[in-house]
Design a protein around this ligand. Structure first.
Ligand code: SAM
Length: 245
């Protein structure tokens, strides 16, 4: 069985057995192969808008003799795909692009057909959480992991959830706050805002700097919350938790 890089293994660990699995932006094909090798779906829809990338998936699945269970689409997103997936993975794309793909899909078919969504946005995780929250998805996993770079990985199921501003910004699953990768991400986020504020200088627009100071305050609160509940000698997950909806 092909060994996956850590980021893709973290994504793969979230895949559940399903009927039709869609790998949007399949590229190298490693996840499609993983799903078929592990009997996780009857059908895999391998989708890529780049023919060159899709051909990598085709070659890999042919090499492993599992191409019969796959349907290959050289297209943009999910909209043109005829089959209806019950589990969708979009990994390695920007959050805004993921939202576009899901929005386009929802124009043709009900999102109710998707039982489970696994998203690994390269940026704009806030917007991804917000979209999920306002389109009938409940986030069930949400964590940061490091594989040279830091990545957000989010899994959502059909369901209701009302997220606070802090949950949209910092994630919804407190069991992931204990990880050192999560703290590294928070500290990087803080550093970025401090740098932007520094670069903005004294003459900057007050509304903009006010909003940045507000973000910084929220990050500092989150760092304090995580340190107090998950880091300082705490080996177990906080039982107090925050109010969640
Ligand atoms: C950075 S690669 C990620 C590959 C793989 N999903 C991963 O996480 O390792 C992005 C892939 O998505 C494809 N892609 C980008 N936007 C797409 C879209 N709207 N529809 C289909 N494929 C897309 C690109 O051609 C590329 O092959």
């Amino acid at each position: 069985m092909t060994k996956l890089p850590a980021r893709l293994q973290a994504v793969a660990n979230l895949i559940e057995p399903c009927s039709v699995f869609a790998d949007v932006g399949c590229d190298h094909g490693l996840i499609s192969l993983y799903v078929l090798d592990n009997w996780l779906a009857n059908r895999v829809l391998c989708i890529d808008k780049s023919l060159k990338c899709l051909e990598k998936t085709i070659r890999l699945l042919q090499h492993h003799h599992v191409e019969d269970q796959a349907i290959f689409y050289n297209c943009d997103g999910l909209y043109p795909v005829r089959q209806t997936p019950d589990q969708v993975l979009i990994a390695g794309l920007g959050g805004a692009e993921m939202i576009d793909i899901l929005y386009e899909y929802s124009r043709g078919r009900s999102l109710d057909t998707i039982d489970s969504l696994i998203l690994q946005p390269m940026r704009d995780e806030y917007a991804v959480r917000k979209w999920l929250n306002t389109n009938g998805f409940k986030i069930v996993k949400d964590f940061v992991m490091k594989d040279k770079k830091l990545y957000h990985i989010i899994k959502a199921k059909r369901g209701e959830q009302k997220l606070t501003e802090e949950q949209l910004m910092f994630g919804t699953c407190e069991d992931s706050f204990a990880g050192k990768d999560y703290m590294e991400w928070l500290l990087n986020y803080k550093e970025k805002i401090v740098r932007i504020l520094g670069d903005a200088g004294k003459g900057a627009n007050l509304a903009v700097t006010g909003s940045l100071h507000n973000t910084l305050k929220k990050i500092n609160n989150q760092i304090k919350y995580v340190e107090e509940n998950y880091v300082k000698g705490n080996t177990s997950i906080s039982k107090t938790g925050r109010k969640s909806n």
